[in-house]
Design a binder for this molecule. Sequence first.
Ligand code: FAD
Ligand code: DHB
Length: 395
Amino acid sequence: MQKLRTQVGIVGAGPAGLVLSHLLHLEGIDSIVLENRSRQYVQERVRAGVLEQGTVDLLTQMGVGDRLRKEGLVHYGIELRFRGRGHRIDFRELTGGKGITIYAQAEVVKDLNDARIAAGGQVFFDVEDVRPCDFDTSEPKIRYQKDGDEYELACDFVAGCDGFHGICRPSIPAGVLTEYEREYPFGWLGILADAAPSAEELVYCYHDHGFALLSMRTSQIGRLYLQCKPDEDLTQWSDEKIWQELQLRLASDGWKLTEGPVLQKGVTGMRSFVVEPMQYGRLFLAGDSAHIVPPTGAKGLNLAVADVQVLARGLTQFYKTGSQDFLNQYSQVCLRRVWKVQRFSWWMTSMLHRFPEGNPFDERRQLAELDYVTSSRPAATTLAENYVGLPMEWS
Ligand code: FAD
Ligand code: DHB
């Protein structure tokens, strides 16, 4: 068995793991990131695309914002469309100048990998059989295999940044964590299309046939979603049928949806999920390993980044002063934000989707809610301030 040592062992090279590793590096703290997929796979995975202002500011401060600032699309509002009419929520006016940036998660991951490697950082891809152990002692270890050889990484702390299906959360002994969960009776069918976006800003649409979302990746590439069954069979959806359904749901007077070749398509199930606490001994869970939000609020990636900012601050305090005071508050500080973001994501999801068990009362109530949100300044402000991202709170 080959032995290695670092200060912080990080499992998972998604946004949470890579941002944490780079933040620690900037504070002079060593880490090793262990990822069970290839670098190409993690850099090509099609996922989120909306960055809160705070996420953009952090990436910029970390020195990984150059391409993001050049290629990202800055938006100062979204449209809510219902009964065939669009209503703009003006973020700039409602939040005192804040906006969001459209920049694909895959590009964020690429920029972070480049930055880690340029700084001599250690990110090991294609590792197998990762096993965090002894994290209830002051000498945790992560055992794993690579190219058939067995390794043991000794570290001071383990960061479980390995997503919802990762190994860190299930490694915590039974009975420690409490899980809070809600599944939704629908999913999203998403496409990436070689079609210039038909609107300048994102369009969230409520329709009798179900929710639809018009988003984008660049000024040439569209990203669109349709509410579907949670286990929708993609083979039943030809490209032509997808465009037909998007045309129908997004239709609005005097507006045209431009079609183009479908480059990629997939179905995502939707759930709300939180574990409490987000820490056990010297193992800290961050990002999707600790919580999942339904995608309607565009929050998953941003919440993962918020967690690791808190974790990096706690670890920095430990290495600079020896105090674990802030680390001991990690879970409590993160969960305050997690639950607010859960609430917002649940609310956006509930307002905009058709529920299979719904009835005419619920549908009229949803339309009244959309009418209220788009006609009351205080109601629009609550949407805007959550969408652009709540401020970080450190206690
Ligand atoms: P992840 O990005 O999941 O990273 C975890 C990493 O750990 C992965 O690279 C994984 O390969 C690795 N890993 C897992 N298990 C192990 C192991 N045992 N050993 C080593 N490494 C391991 N959010 C939105 O806001 N909008 C969207 O449209 C959207 N679409 C999504 C579509 C899909 C299919 C998925 C799964 C998520 C989507 N999300 C979306 C959510 C968003 O992408 C996540 O919230 C975000 O990726 C969280 O980052 P993370 O670093 O916590 O986890
Ligand atoms: C995108 C994803 C979301 O979940 C969302 O709410 C808005 C945009 C996107 O992939 O572009």
